[in-house]
Design a protein around this ligand. Sequence first.
Ligand SMILES: Cc1ncc(COP(=O)(O)O)c(C=O)c1O
Length: 396
Amino acid sequence: MATAREPDVTAEFGGERNVAQLHKISRDFRSDTLTVPTDAQLRAAATATRGDDVYAEDADVCALERRIALLAGKEACLFAASGTMTNQLAIRSHLVQPPHAVLVDARAHVHQYEAGGIALFSQATTHTVSPRGEHMTAEEVEGALQLGSDVHRAPTRLVCLENTLSGIVFPQAEIVKIAALVHAHGIPLHLDGARVWNVAARAADERGLGTGEDALRTVLSDLLAPFDSASLCLSKGLGAPIGSALVGPKKLVDRARWFRKAFGGGWRQAGSLAAMADHAITHHFPRLAGTHALARRLAAGLEDAGYTLAAPVDTNMVFFEPPRGITVDAVGQALAALPDPIAIAGNRCVLHHQTSAAAVDEFVEVARRLVEEAGEVGEGREGREGPERKRAKLGY
Ligand SMILES: Cc1ncc(COP(=O)(O)O)c(C=O)c1O
C-alpha cells in the first residue's frame, strides 16, 4: 500500500499562512512557478554553507553546479537567478560582434517574453520561424538560416530551441537533425530547457529507468547532447523558489559568469538558494511523472465533458477549447466562483508537483456542469477555426 506523503508545509514549521498558501496554489493552474518551498527545503536552506559566490567560494553553490553539470553531461554549470538570466547570458556569451542574428521559433520565450533582452544585451536581431507543425523542423531551420554575404541580412550566429514549448515534447530525432545542420555551418545550438526536466521525467518513465540520480543523468545528458548550451530552470516544475542553471563548455560558462557580474547578477551568500534547488532535484524530480499523470487526468476529463484539446498533453500543460456556447472566460469565472476557488489564466492550464487531484476533479466537474447548463454540445472551436488559430494561442 502506498504511504501518504508528508505534507509539504506544516503549521508547526511553516505557520498557518503558508499552509493556506500551499492549499491555494494546489488549486491554481496559472503556472508551475507558483509552487511553495517545502518545510524540508527550508530546513536544507538553514544549514547551507554561507560563502560568497561572487568569489566562487560557497561550497553548496559549487556542489550544485558540479551536480547539474554531471547530470547534463556538460563540462560546466553556472547557477543564476532566473531562466531569463541564464538564457540571455548564454546568448550573450555565444555571440561576439554585430551584425548577427539568432534564429528562433516565433513563439519562443527568448524572443517573446524576455523583454527584448536579445536586442538589449547582445545587439542581435532575431529571425523567426513559424513552424507548420508543432515544432520547427530541420528543413524549416535550413530555409531560415542566413549564411551568405548579402549585406542586407544579419548572419545567423546562433540557433535556439525550446523544449518543452506549450508543454509539448520536441522530438529528439528532429533536434539531432537540426544540430547536425547548424553545426555543419559552424553555428552553435542553445536550448531554452526551462521545462526539460519534464521531458526527462517523461523519458525516464517511458524507458522504465526510475527516478534516481543515474536515471536522471542518463536521460538528461541524452536530451542535451545535441546542444552546445542549455538553460535549465529550477523554479518551474522542480519547485525551487529561485534559480536556473546554464550548462555548457567551461569556456562559455566562464564567459557567462563574467557577463552575470556585468548584468548585476553576481550574488553573494547564495548557498541557501543552492541547497533548496539541490533538494528540489532530489525530491521533486521524482514527482514529475505524477504531475504528468494528473495533467492527463484533467485532459481526459475535459474531453469526456465535451471540450477539445488544443495541443497534445505530453507533460504538465493542458490547453483546452470549450464547446460551442461556452467561453474560456466563463470557465474561468465558474472556477473562481467556487467556495474554494480554482484559478486559471486563459485556456492554458499548468500543473505542478503541488497541484491537488481534488482540484483536478472539481475542475472537470465545473466544466461538465457548464456544458449541461449550455445544453447541447456543439462543435468545438478547434473544429470550426482550424489549426492556425490553435497554434497562435500556444506560447511558452
Ligand atoms: C520556456 C521558458 N523559458 C524561460 C523562462 C524564464 O524563466 P524566469 O521566469 O525564471 O525568468 C520561462 C518562464 O516562464 C519559460 O516559460
